[in-house]
Design a protein around this ligand. Sequence first.
Ligand SMILES: Nc1ncnc2c1ncn2[C@@H]1O[C@H](COP(=O)(O)OP(=O)(O)OP(=O)(O)O)[C@@H](O)[C@H]1O
Length: 572
Amino acid sequence: MPTWWGKKSSKTKDHGATNLLHFNFTKPNTNGPRPKSFDDASSGLPLPRPADQTLAFGSASLSGSSVSSTGSYDDHATQININSSKGQGDMKFSARSKSPGPGSRGPTSPTSPLHPKLHVLSLDSPTGRQEDGRSECHPLPLPPGSPTSPPTSLSNTRANGMTEQTTGSLSKWKKGKLLGRGTFGHVYLGFNSDSGHMCAIKEVRVVSDDQTSKECLKQLNQEIHLLSQLSHPNIVQYYGSDLGEEALSVYLEYVSGGSIHKLLQEYGAFKEPVIQNYTRQIVSGLSYLHGRNTVHRDIKGANILVDPNGEIKLADFGMAKHINASASMLSFKGSPYWMAPEVVMNTNGYSLPVDIWSLGCTILEMATSKPPWSQYEGVAAIFKIGNSKDMPEIPDHLSSEAKNFIQLCLQRDPSARPTAQMLLNHPFIRDQSATKATNVRITNEAFPNMCDGSRTPPALEYSSRRSLTSLDGDYATKPIPVNPRAARSPRDNTRMITSLPVSPCSSPMRQYGPAHKSCLLSPPHPTHAMMGQNTLPSYPMRSNATFTLDPFHETSFYKAHTPGGSPRTRRI
Ligand SMILES: Nc1ncnc2c1ncn2[C@@H]1O[C@H](COP(=O)(O)OP(=O)(O)OP(=O)(O)O)[C@@H](O)[C@H]1O
């Protein structure tokens, strides 16, 4: 049993408020754009070039540019600017500490390459432009699996099978309706009239002399840089970007269900199974992200999108940051109500655990439709987070597993918080595997033959029950409850299964998932071994497939198919 499960919240130092200076605060409301801080040292990143893409992005054309040196930290006290015009208590934090944070490149480091209008010269071409005035080397987006790659285009196939077009397909995307507004600009629906695919186009207008525009571009640039290196089912997929005369457009996977925040506003607090399902996917995305030493820094309902099948996509990587081995950050970024104490205090820097704290806040948000501390005005909330030992209220109606999970995330000492990888084993979300396994068995009984006529693979026997010590100690004695639905009679189960809509991977009813997607079961994915679990015991399955299963880590791999895309490995 990992020791951290039973760990009580570590004693919290009562931090002084000395860092919380110069507040300029108004109570946040729920509408309007949220400004962000742009003065993080690291945001001076070159316009991204996907790792395996040599021509894409023309970004070399931009990467040598030097637009601003706001990446530097200087001798200013922490400044917090709050814009009251946009919701969820979002504020702009501009924190400057006395010295550059570890990893900071300082004022002389190369900073974000921006738009030609911003006096950036191309390194790839003498002009940096095509005839139509567009910068020439950005990958031109086409959704994965598009059948319409123009023969003239240069494309690079990424590891996940996604093809990014480097030329020739730009005109295929038509900008459609406005999906939303953010700090940087607008997000539109994009439609590819050749393939019928859709995407989301995040667009920032470029105004050469405008500081805000520069900063928006810089932050969007950072987002591009990070996203271009990520590929995970629970992270919004980056397709490409295009720097035109008027705007920088970023092409992203379209997630039509809107954000968790929006769903909460429209439908109210989520029921626990939905929270469980969404949380597991968020943690899965975070685990991937943190595995790449990248911290999101703005995990909250508004930045988590949901597709119609209930699949979660972490979005808005404008604040995300890669952390190198020894570095932690000193900048003040994020949304205050979801912000970890160490971020608020801004004393010793912070790192990946800030996302775990925000995850805890997001679970509370899903359970109550409000973030923790929302009863307090902004400054009071910040003091509450930073200076008190209080825990946010956890609703009584949640199960003890859920409460325990939240408590673990909301430990004030960041080092006491479990990692995302550890959390995947927590009974609150781990037990979905149990439900899945049970449902697979039920499905097998109901539908003994798979689509191709072969026998369905036998169910993954879920027998291991481990005793756990939680904060309140109840895991040690209390058996993990079996989902009562799993105990229905086969007849009931058949009805249940057949009445469910057939959905690809992750409906909000995900706990019943395998019951209606038995055809998608596949042997373990090769990446399983790469996930550091190759030392775990393997349990043979009757179908000859060998499922690696850690009784202590009941995760399994299915292959899921993204519409219009190549199969992606899904970890569930
Ligand atoms: N990939 C997407 N698919 C569908 N809608 C999206 C997508 N990305 C963004 N949106 C919509 O656009 C809105 C604004 O996008 P986003 O939050 O990414 O912009 P932003 O400038 O980073 O915002 P923020 O101010 O929250 O940082 C979102 O609330 C969402 O409704």
